[in-house]
Design a protein around this ligand. Structure first.
Ligand code: SIN
Length: 525
């Protein structure tokens, strides 16, 4: 049997949780998290959250830096909202329990990153996202009107009689309230830990939900690439759902590549731009600084630095006999080692476990896909072109970032626009709950093992994207890549299996297809 809510928030990163917290308390809200909360992109955010927090700064200056980083392709009205409202949202986060780092005099310790003309980044060492997530999760779990459900893999949203139907496949999941009717939980174990009940269900257990309004907050699209700083769950599901619902999408090819990630055996991990902000220098294989060669500086923005790295690698390859000539390094070993360890404890430990002591030596870095500036087109209140459908955070396109996001503006966007979205969706859901709408009959999806062969399809898409559009677009090869991805997308759509793997592969193929299609159209035009 389908379960009804006023609002369903899809995604439980900072944007989803903050929106849920700000939705009117009389509305019943369900937050669906695809995996455990620890797996979302927000939990990986290191650098911090930018805002005007010092008397030497102003919203106008923050706006100027945001517009310059975004190459003036930003929406200036939304940039004004972002920069004027930032400080109030930081105060609210502190009230909710986030303990940002402070200096010995008790003032907030503010960090610096590329493109910022002053220090304005509030942080919790190098685990800011994790600290904000912990506070928001605790507050959400206290809220009687909000149910938070982890390991709930949504694979389709459809719309009927002005309501949204959500088909979810559960595996092991945790929730702060009972969601599944008892008979759907064979093998269930419950244990009381605070407000949580823990269940183990049969694999591929299906459950449908119905809501008057839907907020998509699914985060990034990193899994469309081989090399990404994103979480393994960042497959761009929200963009696929919005596309399938007919919502307008915008600027899907505006993708940010972070210049400094570390390619570890177990996968790539981010080296926060705050490391550059604290004085780290980029070096080539001959241990020379090189950014000046391309008219850039150590604190240039991510788009500029990523392009410089590609250019320096090809220059080294063509001129140097050095065996490491395809390598670029980051070096902060000239700074006080105690400071480095205290400011970047997570990065220090991760590098150490990969054989590098950042306090005494340079370490190799590589650019990686990091952030999606484009997405589901929304106005300042998170409203999409489909009535009752909202989007917030990285999956949305508010236009605040232009075509290159200023460092640490993403968490800020999530909270500033999370509050505005919550107000708007509350009003919509309340008006809907008062109007007489015919209750939709959810077509309960049947669990099915995937009999068709989807193995390798998502990997093939990632390989194509990595080759054709990584920092620079290979326009001549895009038509062939687009044609192959269109075939893969069609194959996955035709298969209609209801498994998490299939759903992820379909999202990856759909998002990749839309990105390449946009690039292709632009190049033709
Ligand atoms: C970083 O710490 O470099 C990432 C934070 C961000 O994406 O702004």
């Amino acid at each position: 049997m389908a379960q009804h809510y006023d609002v369903i928030v899809v995604g439980a990163g900072i944007a989803g949780l903050y929106t849920a917290l700000n939705i009117h308390e009389h509305l019943r809200v369900l937050v669906l998290s695809k995996s455990t909360l620890a797996h979302c992109n927000s939990a990986l955010a290191q650098g911090g959250i930018a805002a005007v927090l010092h008397e030497s700064d102003t919203p106008q200056l923050h706006a100027r830096d945001t517009l310059a980083a975004g190459n003036h392709r930003n929406n200036p009205d939304n940039v004004r909202l972002l920069t004027e409202r930032g400080a109030a949202e930081i105060a609210e986060l502190m009230r909710l329990g986030v303990a940002f780092d402070r200096m010995s005099d008790g003032e907030l310790a503010l960090g610096l990153e590329g493109g910022h003309s002053v220090r304005r980044i509030a942080h919790c060492k190098d685990s800011t996202g994790d600290a904000i997530m912990a506070a928001l999760t605790a507050r959400v779990r206290e809220r009687a009107n909000v149910t938070l459900c982890e390991n709930a893999h949504l694979f389709r949203i459809s719309r009927k009689h002005e309501q949204f139907i959500f088909n979810v496949v559960f595996s092991y999941y945790t929730t702060n309230k009972f969601v599944l009717p008892d008979d759907s939980c064979s093998n269930y174990e419950t244990a009381s830990r605070g407000h949580n009940a823990y269940y183990t269900t049969d694999t591929n257990k299906m459950q449908d939900f119905i809501a008057n309004a839907c907020v998509i907050a699914t985060g990034g699209i990193g899994q469309v690439y081989e090399r990404t700083t994103n979480s393994p769950i960042a497959t761009g599901d929200g963009i696929r759902f919005a596309y399938e619902l007919g919502a307008r999408l915008s600027r899907l090819s505006w993708i940010q590549f972070h210049p400094t990630a570390f390619a570890a055996k177990e996968g790539t991990f981010l080296i926060s731009e705050a490391v550059r902000g604290e004085g780290a220098r980029l070096l080539n294989a001959d241990s020379e600084s090189f950014l000046h060669r391309y008219g850039a500086s150590e604190l240039s923005t991510r788009d500029v630095v990523s392009r410089c790295i590609l250019d320096e690698i090809s220059r080294q390859n063509s001129t140097s006999s050095n065996k490491k000539s395809d390598k670029i390094f980051l070096d902060i070993s000239h700074k006080d080692s105690r400071f480095v360890k205290e400011r970047f404890p997570q990065i220090y430990e991760k590098l150490l476990s990969n054989g590098y002591d950042m306090t005494v030596e340079a370490f190799p870095i590589t650019p990686c896909q990091h952030y999606h500036m484009g997405g589901i087109a929304v106005n300042e209140n998170g409203e999409t072109s489909v009535a009752g459908l909202y989007a917030v955070g990285e999956c949305s396109y508010t236009g605040v970032h232009g075509n290159n996001r200023l460092a640490s503006n993403s968490l800020l966007e999530a909270v500033v626009f999370g509050r505005l979205t919550a107000a708007s969706v509350s009003e919509y859901a309340r008006s809907q709950s008062q109007s007489e709408t015919e209750p939709p009959v959810a077509e309960t999806a049947q669990s099915a093992d995937c009999l068709c062969s989807i193995e390798g399809l998502a990997e093939e898409v990632r390989g194509i994207m990595q080759r054709l559009f990584f920092i620079r677009a290979e326009h001549e090869q895009i038509p062939d890549g687009l044609a192959r991805i269109a075939q893969i997308k069609a194959q996955l759509e035709a298969a209609d299996c209801l498994t998490a793997e299939h759903s992820d592969a379909l999202s990856v193929a759909t998002v990749a297809y839309l990105i390449l299609q946009e690039l292709h159209e632009e190049n033709k035009g």
